[in-house]
Write a protein that binds this ligand. Structure first.
Ligand code: TXA
Ligand code: MG
Length: 346
């Protein structure tokens, strides 16, 4: 559906802006789409129990139909009818990390339309900590299915301007709010198999999950490129993602080696993605995406940096390789995906 105009309403404070949040909740209740902030990235929401509303999400984003959505709830109570069983492990995770940037995959109940989880027998559930997101769910009184509010394939939106750029006239309403503090999408963990399995790294780290669950498996899609026709555990992990228009290549090695490589291969349209404080030593246009030793800062800035590269009309992008510890695993995963897993060892 194309709208003549997307309504953009301010929602910076869940109390002061409650009237606008209520208007957004009305849109959701009437089967429409609303983009809203969360602590991770902006989401594009619809009533998770309304099949035709959920179908519109796929159309608006240009999202492949086989990529299931995460359902957002404001409480365990709202979640219970949507899943079959909430076992000890799920409860332990919820106690430790909800509300927050963790998505848990469980068995789906009959209540949830097939289209939400792309026909899978499982369902991804998240209880966000963001106040505006929770107020929206509470005012709607419904679980909200929401992928990231970007066009499929482009970097996830970490501020309202990103959403306006991607989804204007494609959705009925956008809540204009703060930039996202986490900046990468939620950690996704599946509790469906015998062993808990990490499907997507995020702000809740492997170490934190293991402190609650004991050892977890890490899906191989976290590190590797997946063929588009492959059967994978997290269908979303197989698509090219987060990519600017120009090809991105990751250069793994020291900053000295990075500088040398850029000098040797210098060409028109080259843009460097480097750590804070490094740009002034380079002789090509650059974007800094956080301090080398601060993965959380890199997470907050990465997607905006990938979008800026497009605005600089880059023809080729060379990026520094982040460290993989803690939240760094999520940063590395997203940057590797943007690069189609092309890493050059220096
Ligand atoms: O932080 C987030 O999770 C954001 C905000 C809006 O909450 N949402 C988000 O949604 O990133 P999306 O659709 O962009 O990513 C959902 C990921 C995809 O990789 C999808 O394949 C996976 O979760 N997923 C969803 N349901 C699943 C299921 N039943 N089994 C396996 N993977 C699932
Ligand atoms: Mg997404």
């Amino acid at each position: 559906m194309i709208f003549i105009k997307t309504v953009v309403l301010d929602a910076f404070d869940a109390k002061k802006d409650i009237e606008n949040i209520r208007l957004a909740a009305e849109v959701i209740k009437n089967g429409g789409l609303v983009a809203f902030p969360t602590e991770t990235v902006y989401g594009l929401g619809a009533n998770a129990l309304d099949e035709s509303a959920v179908k519109e999400i796929f159309v608006a984003k240009g999202r492949p139909q086989d990529n299931p959505l995460i359902v957002h709830v404001d409480s365990i109570e709202m979640m219970m009818p949507l899943v079959c069983g909430f076992d000890k492990r799920a409860k332990a995770l919820a106690d430790a990390f909800w509300p927050g940037p963790l998505t848990i995959i469980m068995k789906r109940s009959e209540r949830v339309p097939n289209v939400v989880s792309a026909g899978l027998e499982t369902l991804a559930i998240r209880l966000p900590s963001d106040e505006i997101a929770r107020a929206l769910i509470t005012e709607a009184g419904l679980p909200i299915a929401a992928p990231s509010a970007n066009l499929s394939g482009s970097p996830s939106p970490t501020c309202a301007q990103h959403v306006v750029k991607d989804l204007s006239v494609r959705v009925e309403m956008i809540l204009n709010s703060h930039s996202c503090s986490v900046g990468v999408e939620s950690t996704v963990i599946s509790l469906v198999g015998e062993k808990p399995r990490l499907l997507r790294p995020g702000f809740v780290t492997v170490e934190e999950l293991e402190s609650v669950l004991g050892e977890i498996e890490i899906d191989k899609a976290v590190f590797n490129s997946i063929a588009n026709d492959a059967v994978v555990n997290a269908p979303g992990m197989k698509y090219k993602h987060y990519a600017p228009k120009a090809p991105v290549k990751i250069l793994k090695g020291s900053f000295e080696a990075f500088k040398e490589y850029l000098e040797k291969n210098k060409c028109d349209g080259m843009v460097a993605m480097c750590f804070s404080g490094e740009g002034c030593e380079l002789s090509v246009p650059f974007i800094e995406f956080g301090a080398e030793d601060n993965s959380k800062e890199q997470a907050t800035r990465l997607f905006d940096a990938l979008r800026q590269v497009d605005e600089m009309s880059a023809k080729i992008v060379y990026a520094r390789c982040p460290n993989q510890n803690g939240v760094g695993l999520a940063v590395t995963n997203r940057l590797f995906k943007a690069a189609g897993f092309e890493v050059i060892k220096l």
